[in-house]
Design a protein. Structure first.
Length: 174
């Protein structure tokens, strides 16, 4: 019973941060924010080890823990369709259901209405959804499972092979 209540709390908390951070970015933006938070939960570090500690870490999600952020005091009203969507996404994430992740590997993001933070470097960039830019700052590369034996395929530098370049960088091959 207590674990069900804890899951309900985490679902509500996650839905609230998704709604506050990405309600204007549509379903894809809300999924991207939710998945970046789940990535942090799934890879515990200085930012926390569960939804409550990750979301509540000071200055990590300004809408939840940054004094002075106008979102900090906003709550959805009854019948808010975007919050209902955020609840569905949060429920799937907390219950480890498969969910399409538009920004695989991302663990951080910022809104382009503010100057880029120092951690928002080109080598960590994952993608953009609306006004949100996503990054993989812990460099864990969980989005691709590399088999134990990978054939070496020569690639010309002008082929635009993004995966090949990423894989070679990940494996330390220049």
């Amino acid at each position: 019973m207590l674990s069900e209540l804890w899951d309900t709390y985490q679902t509500g908390l996650l839905a609230l941060v998704i709604w506050r951070e990405a309600r204007g970015e549509g379903e894809q933006g809300m999924r991207a924010v939710g998945c970046s938070i789940r990535n942090r939960v799934d890879h515990p570090a200085w930012w926390g080890n569960d939804y409550g500690s990750v979301i509540g870490k000071k200055f990590q999600y300004s809408s939840m823990a940054a004094p002075g952020d106008p979102q900090l005091i906003r709550f959805p009203g009854a019948g808010d369709a975007e919050f209902a969507e955020a609840l569905q996404i949060a429920d799937a994430l907390v219950n480890h259901e498969p969910i399409a992740n538009p920004t695989p590997c991302a663990d951080s993001f910022y809104d382009t209405s503010i100057p880029p933070p120092a951690w928002a470097t080109p080598e960590c960039y994952v993608g953009t959804v609306g006004r949100l830019r996503f990054y993989n700052v812990d460099h864990d590369y969980e989005r691709v499972e590399v088999p134990a034996i990978v054939p070496v395929i020569p690639m010309a530098s002008n082929t635009g092979d993004v995966f090949g370049a990423w894989w070679r960088r990940w494996k330390g091959i220049t």
